[in-house]
Design a protein around this ligand. Sequence first.
Ligand SMILES: [Zn+2]
Ligand SMILES: [Zn+2]
Length: 436
Amino acid sequence: MHVALMGTICSGKKIFANILKDEYGFIVIDLSAIFCCDSSIEPMEWIKEHNPHFEAAIEAISVQKEADLHDCLTPNEQQRIDSDAYSPIISKNTHRVTDSETSEETISIAKKFDFSGKEEKEDQKEDQKEEEESKELTLITPEENKESIKALFPKKFPKDYYLDEESQIRVEQITTKVVRIIKDYRKLDFVIYPVVDLSLWDSLLLTCYHLDSPLKMRYNSFKEKYGEDIELMDFIELEDDIVFKSKYQTWKMDKYQERIKNHYVTDGTQEDLKRKIIEFNPVNEEMIRPKWPTYFMRLAHIVSSRSNCIKKSVGAIIVNENQQIVATGYNGTPFGFENCYEGGCSRCNDFNNKQGENLDLCVCIHAEENAILMASRVQTDGCSLYVTLHPCALCAKFIIQSGIKKIYYYEDYNSKISRSILSKMKIPVTKIDPYH
Ligand SMILES: [Zn+2]
Ligand SMILES: [Zn+2]
């Protein structure tokens, strides 16, 4: 699993990465100084300097994986590895995503990899050239580098680092190198932070999380890291420049909204973040690829966006045993009728009516009803229904009559009658939250 952390300045990305390392055995790739790097340093050297644990971690985890595969797996799990190409297996302290290739291969790749920058034979010439060039450079130690970052941040931020052409080229070079490393070790678990422009990471299937915490706490944390003398207004200006003026797309949430699997909003303390991370389970395999119920319930929410009802948007999907969609439906007035939100249904537009009241006066057709009407019993018999709101009593009758055998819903509905009708018919009704 490859996790990317995004978010506001000093929102806790480093803490998050270390929790993934300690609790789930991830390898951390720290790119936090990516904007301030000396442009003369070779990208691989830069990565190694800022991630001194990196080489050893890859070796140790590769060996650990080999041992775990033989010691911890039940026959069922072993079978899953063979049958499901991207099924992660989570054990006590080691999160492992494995595929059909053997772990011997992982180790041999790990051993073959030379951190001097000569990963592949065909690149040797080019790398030798790079090596010769880098000999002429004076490499700075991580400590010196930290000091130089400290000195540079308050003074030169942001224009020299977030806005200039040269820094953009460096970010692209280092990102390309990191992508290549992760691809070489794709079976190991990596957490990368901060990820500044998702378009640079397109060739990896990254699981992205976004973090935010209170401004005051982030400001204090920034001062601790980079210099006591920065004023609050300078910090605000810096962040505004990054969010609203930068060429990088880190915080352009509108573009990457759907790729972010969770937003962690914390009170800024390490304890709060840790509790929220463990509660959410960021290494859940559904974060890589959703299971069918999650997938269909998310689709049902998209279907609900076509609703024209002023009271509530509901979406429904009928799926057959082969996980094929038979029909979709959303709620609203009948074909040709004025839309509910434009006044088409007087019952919905009378706000004295509460949920489930006076439904006999309602012109709107319910989402499940529409989905069932769009198909026929020939198609719906034996199917499952995914609906964003628990069915009402009327829809419960239609569901039974259409031969639907299973119901998944997201939000509760105030109807004892529909629950008792469905339970009388022994139709399993399961509440699911596709976002957790
Ligand atoms: Zn309506
Ligand atoms: Zn209904």
